[in-house]
Design a protein around this ligand. Structure first.
Ligand code: FMN
Length: 547
């Protein structure tokens, strides 16, 4: 994409309405000048209003820091005014926060503060209802450990991987070029470079914008195998190897499903398949581009592992993993069981939650299909621990992660690291206007419109991405210290406590059965996990008729 120009911002993509104050005040000034010259000198007084407005709009249009003000010069300040007044109006507007937005104002405000490098300390005490039925908290220790590792990393790579990767505890979850614009991709990648964490490409392929700044890449392949497909849409080993061996690509990932739309393929209409998107995906320009619902490269757990092993070999020994939102537990257990039977290992598994995000999806799939992240993570943790594989196969989680506490809670349930998608969108300036599907994102994040993307200035937003990551990792460190641990790897289910009724609490270790290493290999076991294990077939994702 050519750098979005000022004229695009002014004239394209609702340029007149987006720049209404600018055009209006310019026109007003011109009319007032004409009237002053022809009618009466008193018209000059009107300039006291039109000129400052015009100046304000011009300043907003060219300043690099505020996306909304670049896209809606002067007009966007009305929103700003409400934000400023918010603390004083708080008791009146709290209710509206609950009105159907995936993330609360407070969650976003914390991300914004960290991204901008503002003070992120909390005044006056918690605003959460600690006696609410769903309140949960992390257990600290009487003996904190100030010597805890500040930015502990996770080594990803089983014994079958020759090029392990050292992952941060927080990384950028998969979001495709196509769902996000080029500037957003660039800013995320530069942020990842500045902060030393990874950036997942999403299934839309590895674009030049992912490679421009040299941040670590996890290359995701969905059922469309974009960037690694032949002309019929099947996996092409040679094309895959060429890209997977690039230095920036640190790991590869097979996307099985996504929490916001599990089992749903997709169609990118031909009109949207620009030369740039076509080149990134490896599809013809202007022709409808289909992502099938299912993979063509495998259809059984054992075949999935063979495919993963082939990807690892083709990539030159880099870690390979899968990403999924859990549906039927026996299917996930089938994959883990296949590892024990075949000896072929994945290097990592990412669990996405049904609460996860997307650019666009049918409401039913977003709202009612797919296991929430917590439950999926507990299943995956138990499958891997129970199979005696947790030391070899790393586990990660994605689902509304915005803070250090979220990462610590996921770690308590077995996640070696967490990924965030929408929190990183907030760090880019997203205001959750929920226009991702309409290509009219007001902050230039989730749009392909060059005019709107001009609002997102890459170096400024990249720094915010890095700041946000740093703030969260710092907060995670504070929790590790308070819990008296050496690193986030030491959290276990006993660190996470929940209210179960008004007068009782329990740790997750008490609430959920947590298997001990190798427990699933005991054929006499009769927990629900053992039943799923017995139902799991390594040669089919169907359920075996055993109990
Ligand atoms: C705009 C957008 C695009 C996404 N695209 C992909 C994708 O291409 N592949 C994928 O596996 N997940 C995709 N996701 C899901 C995220 O990677 C993530 O798993 C999910 O949103 C949960 O994380 P969050 O709650 O931090 O957003 C996308 C999410 C968003 C918001």
């Amino acid at each position: 994409m050519a750098r979005p120009s000022l004229s695009a911002a002014l004239f394209q993509d609702h340029g007149v309405t987006r720049n209404l104050v600018l055009w209006g005040s310019a026109l007003g000034t011109a009319i007032l000048l004409a009237l002053t010259a022809t009618e009466s000198v008193w018209f000059i007084l009107g300039l006291a209003i039109s000129l400052p407005l015009l100046a304000l709009a011009v300043v907003d249009l060219v300043q690099p820091r505020h996306s909304l003000r670049r896209n809606y010069p002067a007009a966007a300040r009305v929103r700003w005014l409400f934000e400023m007044l918010r603390p004083y109006l708080r008791s009146y507007i709290v209710e509206s926060d609950l009105a159907g937005r995936p993330f609360s104002h407070d969650e976003r405000a914390l991300v914004y503060a960290r991204a901008k490098g503002d003070v992120d300390a909390h005044p006056f005490g918690t605003e959460l209802d600690v006696y609410a039925a769903d309140y949960e908290w992390l257990a600290h220790s009487i003996t904190p450990n100030p010597a805890a590792v500040r930015d502990s990393r996770v080594s990803v790579g089983s014994s079958q991987c020759s090029r392990p990767y050292l992952a941060s505890r927080l990384n950028i979850s998969a979001m495709s070029f196509g769902a996000l614009g080029a500037n957003a991709i660039e800013a995320l990648n530069l942020g990842a470079k500045l902060g030393g964490f990874y950036h997942d490409t999403g299934e839309g392929g590895l674009s030049p914008y992912h490679l421009k700044h040299g941040g670590d890449i996890v290359w995701e392949l969905g059922s469309g195998y974009f960037g690694a497909r032949d002309k019929d849409g099947r996996f092409d080993p040679e094309r895959f190897a060429k890209t997977a061996r690039l230095e920036a690509v640190k790991m590869t990932e097979i996307k099985l499903s996504q929490g916001a739309k599990p089992g749903h393929g997709g169609l990118l209409p031909g009109a949207k398949v620009s030369p740039e998107i076509a080149a990134t995906r490896g599809v013809p320009v202007g022709v409808d581009c289909q992502s099938p619902a299912a993979h063509s490269a495998f259809s059984t757990p054992r075949q999935l592992l063979d495919f993963a092993a082939e990807m690892r070999r083709l990539s030159g020994g880099k870690p390979v993993g899968i990403k999924l939102c859990v549906g039927q537990p026996h299917e996930l257990f089938g994959i883990v069981k296949a590892m024990t039977v075949s000896g072929v290992l994945l290097d990592f598994i990412v669990i996405d939650g049904g609460e996860g995000g997307t650019g666009a999806a049918p409401a039913e799939l977003s709202d009612r299909v797919g296991m929430p992240m917590r439950e999926g993570l507990i299943l995956a943790r138990n499958a891997l621990v129970g199979a005696g594989l947790k030391d070899q196969v790393r586990l990660a989680a994605a689902g509304k992660v915005t803070s250090g506490a979220d990462i610590a809670m996921n770690a308590a349930l077995g996640a070696d690291w967490s990924n965030a998608a929408r929190a990183f969108m907030f760090s880019l300036g997203c205001v959750q206007s929920m226009r991702c599907h309409a290509d009219t994102c007001p902050t230039g994040v989730a749009t392909q419109s060059p005019a709107r993307q001009r609002a997102l200035v890459v170096p400024d937003k990249a720094q915010r991405v890095a700041n946000f990551h740093k703030g969260v990792i710092g907060a995670l460190h504070d929790i590790v210290v308070a819990a008296g641990l050496d690193s986030a790897s030491d959290f276990d289910p006993s660190h996470l406590r929940q209210r179960v009724n008004p007068s009782q609490m329990a740790s997750l270790a008490e609430l959920y059965p947590m298997l001990t290493p190798g427990a699933l290999l005991d054929e006499t076991g009769d927990s629900q996990f053992h039943r799923w294990w017995r139902q799991a077939d390594v040669d089919s994702f169907r359920k075996l008729a055993v109990v």
